[in-house]
Each structure stands twice: as C-alpha cells, then as structure tokens.
Design a protein around this ligand. Structure first.
Ligand code: MN
Length: 241
C-alpha cells in the first residue's frame, strides 16, 4: 500500500510518494498543533514535579513546534503529518534538514511522551495480556526488560531517548537514540534499529534536572511509577495489527 506523505512543495503541489512501512501505519498522524497535557502538570508528583512538567511542555516542546514551523517555511514545505516528514527527510532541502530532524523529532517524541505517562495508580501497574507475554518472551522477564530499558537510558551519553519498539518483523526491541532522533528515522537510525515506538523515555536533563539534578538513574527508577501501560498496550496492538 502506498501512501501520500502530504509533503507538498508550495506552488507545484508536487507530493512525494514514500513507501509505506508497517512502522508508521499504526501511528496516529501528528500535525503542527500542540495538544494540552492530558493531565495537570502536578499530576505526576512526586515522581515528576509540576515545574518540570510545566516548563517541559510549555517551553521546550512548544519551542520545537515553533522552530519546526520556521524550518518548514524556509523549506517551502507543508505537512499534515510530522511523523511522515521526519521518517524520510530525503526530499527536504539540505540546508533545512537538520532543523527539520531536530525540531520535528522533538515535536513528535514529546507528543508521544505525554501520553506514555499517567498519574501513578490511575491504570495498570505494569504490562499485562499480550504485551506482557511479548515482553516476557523477548526479554525473559518484565524485570529484565525494565533493567535493559533503564540501561539504555542511563548509558545514552548526553541527551536522547530510550525506546521500546516493535520491529517490522513484529518482534520487540529496546534501543536508544541521541538528541531528538527516533526509531522511525530512516537513514538516521541503523536499519536494524528501525521500528514503531510503543514506549519512550526522555533522558534530556531538562526532563529531570530540577528534581533529580545529575541522578538520571533515580529519575528513571521513579518514572516507571507513571508509565501509562494502557497506552503502551494499545500501541503494541496497533503495531501488530
Ligand atoms: Mn524533552
């Protein structure tokens, strides 16, 4: 199945047609608007503090969207789905590619990140059903998965993300990326690490520094309390459909 990318060059309406991959088909499109946080900024306390959430969503994420808009304008591009845009930037002008990658990735990653969290105790406390079975069969146990995922976040040097992905063959994998890259970015991420993200953890210092300072492992340990496992299960089911 081929899909239009909605990447159009202003004036010519020429759209690039990209190969559809199972990687993206499962993901809801992300436009240029910023959705409000799905909970109050203080709702994740004590694990993630209200000030961090307010600045992270209201300043950091908002700035990625502003700069993405600037880069699109400078590129003479429009998009109705930033996921498609960042998954293959080969059509974008070379001098704007890095800005589109960083700010487009920043927008997409954070849009997901807010949904992958929920107030502690508001939903399932861990994976269950088919997701739990898949995690157990891929990583031998849920505890071992958490250990590997936490290590991916701890060992990521500088800023970046840890990911749980569904690979094109349907298998689960833990990966990590630098900066605002993500596992959909062909040509940026190694082919073997491409997949559909179903859980991601922001390990940029802006995500935890006010409360945890340099103690990234403490932030990661606390973050498990606010993972929205219902959302992760939904993402897994969609990626496997
Ligand atoms: Mn962030």
């Amino acid at each position: 199945m081929n899909r239009r990318t909605f990447l159009t060059t202003a004036g010519t309406a020429a759209a690039a047609t990209l190969l559809s991959t199972p990687t993206r088909a499962a993901l809801a499109p992300i436009g240029l608007q910023q959705a409000p946080l799905p909970y109050a900024p203080e709702a994740l306390e004590p694990h993630i503090d209200a000030m961090t959430m307010g600045i992270h969503h209201g300043k950091h994420h908002a700035t990625y969207i502003t700069k993405l808009g600037d880069a699109l304008k400078a590129s003479n591009l429009q998009t109705s789905n930033v996921i498609d845009l960042i998954s293959d930037l080969s059509q974008a002008p070379e001098d704007q590619r890095m800005a589109l990658r960083n700010n487009g990735g920043g927008h997409v990653n954070h849009t997901w990140f807010w949904k992958w969290m929920a107030p502690a105790g508001s939903g399932p406390q861990g994976p269950d059903g088919k997701l739990a079975e898949a995690i157990q069969s891929s990583f031998s146990s849920i505890e071992n998965f958490k250990k590997l995922f936490g290590e991916a976040g701890t060992k990521r040097f500088g800023s970046g993300w840890a990911w749980l992905i569904v690979k094109p063959d349907g298998k689960l994998a833990v990966t990590s990326t630098a900066n605002q890259d993500n596992p959909l970015m062909k040509g940026v991420v190694a082919d073997a690490e491409l997949g559909t993200p179903i859980l991601g953890l922001d390990v940029w210092e802006h995500a935890y520094y006010l409360k945890y300072q340099n103690k990234r492992p403490d932030y990661i340990a606390a973050w498990w309390n606010v993972v929205n496992w219902a959302e992760v299960a939904q993402g897994y089911a969609a990626a496997k459909a």
